[in-house]
Every structure is written in structure tokens, then in C-alpha cells.
Design a protein around this ligand. Structure first.
Ligand code: FEO
Ligand code: CA
Ligand code: CA
Ligand code: CA
Length: 660
């Protein structure tokens, strides 16, 4: 039995209300005092005036305000109006074309999508549910022909399946799953690799692409690196400790410089049920990760998801998965050297000396930012030589100091507290319990690290911190400056000497998010930001070829911010720094994932995830949304077709770069 009703799945898995969190509501006064104010905010917020007057001198306030941009955005597109409706909206002069929807054929022999008669076999050949990460791997260096790689993070049964919802006391109640439904859910997870081509300015799927592939929660994978073969990853079904069935909750990811596809395993705790045998050695390990969470009932049908039957199975999840897209029969590799936690993504960059640096976020309240530096160097002319780079290297966790510096602390067995005395007998133990190792090193507890994106043009690294309403006044620090942080913030890192392998560097807050017109929020968008341009809850981001930052969000809603999620262009340089403009917004109920720019900057791919979820908070709809009664039927708008998560390709009408 699930511990939680399914209607809470989205919030449970994404907000990660895991162990160690204090649910006590925080007072708001501390948040006000800890926040920098703009003069505009002061004028509009009388509450803030009285709070701030007692703590900050007027001169300090004016100085802070003068530091803001008075000018507008460096982006010239006509901004989209923020709002909420059934459809997506893109800036005038652009096309936003739906490229791939849930159920569309990925393999040549996939049957036509028939949502009322879906089968696992069909789903395993079709585009999966809840597209999240989007990557593009060029074929022969082309910006108009390549492999699109897309993660399918999780499933929303109430939107996917007919006849399983009843409404009880105004809430969606989902019928218990049978095995047929579980098998479809598993096939709708994972990832898609599909050949695409731009023809006459429009992207098309190559239906018979020979590298097209679906990866699912039933795909056989290998464990590699220091943990492979360790006793703690052996199960009844796999005495070698090297062969795992499936990957789950693949949130963001990455494409490596050598052209492989990275799928990050994020909220894997949600897939396990059962209880560990009494006194089991993994109890503390699992508690730190919130295992088992029991949002899915797969464990009723597959022993591996029931920890009373396979107590070691959760140690085989929570990894970074690397896929060789050039061999559709290859087993994806779970690269254990990059640590085990709720991996948001793994964006990478080649450092000056040829080593490759992967930036990693552990998306849970009060968890950490990491990076992994390969031991070997990238060889641009020998793809095969790069294929084991992720098995050897050093994992680091970040500590942010009040003086604007940070350091990367190595998670290496035998160093510092990472010894047998503390229960770490080997590097495998350090990696299996990455969080506990980082705890002992004194890493800085962050407000839910999401995408961490290196920018090869300006040498900076952007850290999306989506929110953390559980942070209390006494837990505020310089890098997490707001208590009850409902709207999140973005930190900018500068590695020492511009070297991405550096052991330390400087950081500053690029942006505190939320509505800058509400003083109590303490948002720091520039005064050049229009009422459409601000956002909350940064999640994914992209840097285009010109080095400009684009941020997509997860959590803007009628209730939270009076607007849907979307894609915002954010200035990071010069007078316009911290100016933001809305470029694209999603239909009601959705969040926006992806974003990705092709190397010619002429296409932005975005992933519209869980459209039509919710509905109660949207005045126009005002009730729960589910298969038979949907708040939107995006993108088809046909009575016999449910709402469908989809990847959208944005191009400029008539061609040319997205932003000039
Ligand atoms: Fe799946 Fe951290 O978002
Ligand atoms: Ca995310
Ligand atoms: Ca990204
Ligand atoms: Ca998300």
C-alpha cells in the first residue's frame, strides 16, 4: 500500500519533504530584515519601511538601489505578458512548434497512440511522460540534424489513465494500480533518444532513425566505478552487484563533451515500499534519503522495489547514468564515482587542462552542491578513450562562506573524517552515503539545489536554488539569505583563476526571486524588470552560445505568483545585470523544463511538463483536473485526446538567432 495518496505525488516528489526538516512555520520578520531592499520596494511596502528603518541606514539603502540597473534588458525581443490560460505563449515574432508529445512514436514500429487502450509494449516504443531534461547531440557537428535526448521524470496517473479517478471531498482519488498499469508507468519513465532534423526551418522527427531508443524503468543497466560489485549493492537477483534493472525519476541531466547522454536519478526514494528487516545496517543511510517514501506501488509487483524483500536495492539508485547514444543496444552505465543522492542534473565543461568538470545539485531542502572532476583528460579525437572518464575522479562538496568565498571539499576515503571510525571502510562507502560524508565535512545546507550550469563564455557557474520554506531565521546564512524562502534565488560562482577544477573561488547572489513590488518578499530583480519579467522558483537553466542565461521555472501558479511557469532571459552582465524578461510561458498546471539552445542559437528546445495538473487554484477552472475533466487539453485540444506533456521547438519566424 502506498503511504500517501497519489494526488500528492507531484508535491511529494518535487518538494522533497524529506527527513530532518522542521515543518514549523517561520515568522516573516526575520526574512524582511535579512533582505536587501530597493527604494521602490520601500515605497510600496509600509510593513517593510518600519522593519527596515530600525536596522539599515537610509544611505545604505540608496547605495544598494543605485547599484541596480536603471536601463532595460539587453534582450530585444517583445516580452510575453505573464498570465494563466490553457495554451502556451511565445514572444511575438517567434514560432513555438510542438515536436514530440507523450505517446508519439519513437521507434519505427511504435503503434499509433491510443490513450484509452494503452499498453506497456506500446508505451515502451513511444515518447514517455513528463519530459524534463532536453539535450541535443549533433550528428556530424550539425546544428540542424542530431539526436534529441529527453528524460521522462515521473508519471501523473490521474492525467494519463481513463477511469481511475473519483473525486472525494473535492480531491482527486486515484484507484490502486494493477500490474498492467504499473508496467505502463514504468515504460513511461526513463528517457528517449530520437533523431531529429530541421527541414525548411521546421524540426521533424526521423521516424526510422537507427539510433532511436527508449530507455525505461525496465532497461538493464550496469553499475560501474568504485561501488560496482560491492556487497552493499548485491541483491538476490544480482549477486554480482553490477547489474541493475532500470532508472527512475530522471530529472535534469547533461550531454558530455564526448557526446554521451546523462540522466540524473533524482527522487528515487518515492519508488520503494516496505520495511527494512529489524536492525538492518542500511537504516540510517535510508533515513537520510527518505527511503521508502512509497508514492508508487511498483513494489507490490516487483520485489526490487520492496525493501523488506530486497533491502540493498535502493543503494543501486540515486546515481548519474551515462548512455552511449551511438549504440542502441548498450547497457546504460550508473557511474558511481559521481556520488549517490537526489541528483538534479550533471552539466559539464572541459577545464583548461583537459579534465572535465561536472556540476551536480542534490535537490532537497538543506542539501548540497557538488562537483566532480575527472582524473583523466578529454580527448576530442578519440571518443572511445573518453567512455570511462566518469569512473575515475574526485567528487567535491561546496562550503560557502560569509565573506563571499567558497571552497570545494573532496569526498575521498581516508581524508578528514571519512574513515573507518565513522563507518566509511572504502571509497564505495563514501559514495553510497555521499550525504553523510558531506555532512561530516561541514558542507553548506542550501535551499534545494537544482540545475548548476557552467558558462564557458564568461567563466561563471550558475546555481539554481529553487526554494526552501522550511529555512528558519536562525538558519539563514549569506548563501541562503532568506528565511522561509518561498521563491528561491540564483547564485553565481567564479572559480579561482577561471579554472573550473579550482579548489575554491568567489560567489555572489545574482538574483533573489519573487515579486519585487512586494517589499516583504525581498526580491532583487533590477528596476528595469517589468511586471512580466520577474519569476519565482528557478529550476532548470541554459546558457546560449553567446553566454546569455535563460531560466525556466517550476512552481509559479495562480496561487503562488499569479502566473504560470515559463522561460525567462536573464541579464548577467553590465548595467542590465539581474534584469529579466519573459520569453515563453506554459499552459496551466505545467512547469517548464529543458531549456536548451542549439549551437547556432537558432532553436530553443523546451519541455512542458505535467500540463493540466492541479486546477483548483485557477479561478477559471476551480476544481481538480483529471483525465475526464481536464483544465487544458494542450497541445491537441481534441475532446478525445488527454493533455500531453511535450517538447516544443522555438524558432524565429523567417529564421535567425533566437536572441540578437
Ligand atoms: Fe526534478 Fe529538482 O527537480
Ligand atoms: Ca528540476
Ligand atoms: Ca541546464
Ligand atoms: Ca522540476
Amino acid at each position: 500500500m502506498s503511504k500517501h495518496p497519489h494526488e500528492f505525488r507531484t508535491s511529494l516528489l518535487e518538494e522533497n519533504d524529506g527527513p530532518g526538516h522542521n515543518p514549523t512555520a517561520n515568522p516573516t520578520m526575520g526574512e524582511i530584515i535579512a533582505t536587501r531592499f530597493s527604494r521602490r520596494a520601500l515605497l510600496k511596502g509600509s510593513l517593510a519601511v518600519s522593519a527596515i528603518a530600525a536596522t539599515v541606514s537610509p544611505i545604505a539603502l540608496i547605495t544598494a538601489d543605485n547599484a541596480r540597473a536603471e536601463g532595460g534588458s539587453a534582450f530585444t525581443f517583445a516580452e510575453v505578458e505573464a498570465g494563466i490560460d490553457e495554451n502556451h505563449h511565445v514572444a511575438e515574432g517567434y514560432d513555438a512548434d510542438v515536436l514530440l508529445r507523450w505517446g508519439d512514436a519513437v521507434l519505427a514500429d511504435a503503434p499509433e497512440f491510443d490513450p484509452k487502450n494503452q499498453t506497456a509494449e506500446a508505451q515502451a516504443k513511444q515518447f514517455g511522460y513528463n519530459n524534463d531534461y532536453v539535450g541535443f547531440i549533433p550528428i556530424d557537428g550539425s546544428a540542424t540534424h542530431g539526436l534529441l535526448v529527453v528524460n521522462h521524470e515521473y508519471t501523473n496517473e490521474h492525467l494519463m489513465f481513463p477511469g481511475i479517478v473519483t473525486i472525494a471531498e473535492g480531491k482527486v482519488k486515484v484507484a490502486d494500480a494493477d500490474q498492467k498499469r504499473v508496467d505502463i508507468e514504468m515504460a513511461a519513465h526513463g528517457g528517449t533518444i530520437v533523431e531529429i532534423r530541421k527541414v525548411d526551418g521546421k524540426w521533424q522527427v526521423v521516424r526510422d532513425g537507427k539510433l532511436n531508443r527508449r530507455i525505461t524503468a525496465a532497461t538493464e543497466m550496469e553499475l560501474t566505478g568504485p561501488v560496482a560489485g560491492h556487497d552493499r549493492v548485491k541483491t538476490n537477483a544480482d549477486q554480482t552487484g553490477t547489474r541493475v534493472i532500470g532508472t527512475v525519476n530522471n530529472c535534469a541531466g547533461g550531454v558530455t563533451p564526448w557526446g554521451t547522454y546523462i540522466m540524473a536519478e533524482e527522487n528515487f526514494h518515492g519508488y520503494f515500499i516496505g520495511e527494512l528487516p529489524a536492525g538492518h545496517a542500511e537504516a540510517a543511510n535510508y533515513e537520510r534519503l527518505g527511503i521508502p517514501e512509497g508514492a508508487y506501488s511498483w513494489g507490490q509487483f516487483y520485489d526490487r522495489y520492496d525493501i523488506s524483500k530486497e533491502p540493498n536495492e535502493p543503494n543501486r539508485f540515486g546515481w548519474i547514468v551515462e548512455v552511449d547514444v551511438e549504440d542502441p543496444t548498450s547497457a546504460p552505465k550508473k557511474r558511481t564515482a559521481l556520488g549517490r543522492f537526489k541528483h538534479e542534473g550533471a552539466e559539464s565543461i572541459v577545464a583548461k587542462d583537459g579534465r572535465v568538470v561536472f556540476y551536480l545539485g542534490d535537490d532537497e531542502r538543506f542539501d548540497y552542491v557538488y562537483k566532480f572532476v575527472t582524473a583523466g583528460t578529454y580527448n576530442p579525437s578519440d571518443r572511445a578513450a573518453n567512455m570511462t572518464l566518469l569512473d575515475e575522479g574526485t567528487l567535491f562538496v561546496a562550503r560557502f562562506s560569509e565573506d563571499g568565498s567558497f571552497e570545494w571539499m573532496p569526498l575521498v576515503h581516508g581524508q578528514g573524517p571519512l574513515t573507518a571510525e565513522n563507518g566509511f571502510d572504502s571509497q564505495a562507502d563514501v559514495l553510497i552515503e555521499t550525504r553523510r560524508a558531506a555532512d561530516l565535512l561541514g558542507a553548506t545546507k542550501m535551499d534545494r539545489p537544482e540545475d548548476v550550469q557552467p558558462n564557458g563564455v564568461n567563466g561563471k557557474v550558475y546555481v539554481m536554488l529553487t526554494n526552501n520554506t522550511k529555512r528558519k531565521d536562525e538558519q539563514v546564512d549569506a548563501a541562503n539569505p532568506r528565511a522561509k524562502n518561498a521563491f528561491g534565488h540564483i547564485i553565481e560562482l567564479a572559480e579561482e583563476g577561471g579554472d573550473f577544477t579550482a579548489a575554491k573561488g568567489k560567489w555572489e547572489v545574482l538574483l533573489k526571486c519573487g515579486d519585487p513590488a512586494v517589499a516583504e518578499v525581498g526580491a532583487t530583480f533590477s528596476t528595469g524588470t517589468s511586471p512580466n519579467g520577474w519569476f519565482g522558483m528557478p529550476d532548470n537553466c541554459a546558457v546560449d552560445a553567446a553566454g546569455r542565461l535563460w531560466v525556466s521555472t517550476d512552481g509559479n501558479s495562480p496561487k503562488a505568483t499569479g502566473r504560470t511557469d515559463g522561460l525567462w532571459a536573464v541579464d548577467t552582465e553590465g548595467a542590465a545585470r539581474a534584469t529579466s524578461k519573459l520569453f515563453f510561458r506554459v499552459p496551466v498546471g505545467a512547469e517548464l523544463c529543458g531549456p536548451l539552445f542549439t549551437s547556432d542559437d537558432e532553436t530553443a528546445f523546451v519541455a512542458v511538463q505535467h500540463p493540466g495538473d492541479g486546477g483548483e487554484d485557477w479561478e477559471k477552472f476551480g476544481r481538480p483536473s483529471y483525465y475526464e475533466d481536464l483544465s487544458t487539453r494542450w497541445p491537441d485540444f481534441k475532446d478525445d485526446m488527454p493533455v500531453r506533456p511535450a517538447v516544443v521547438a522555438i524558432t524565429r519566424k523567417g529564421g535567425g538567432k533566437i536572441a540578437v
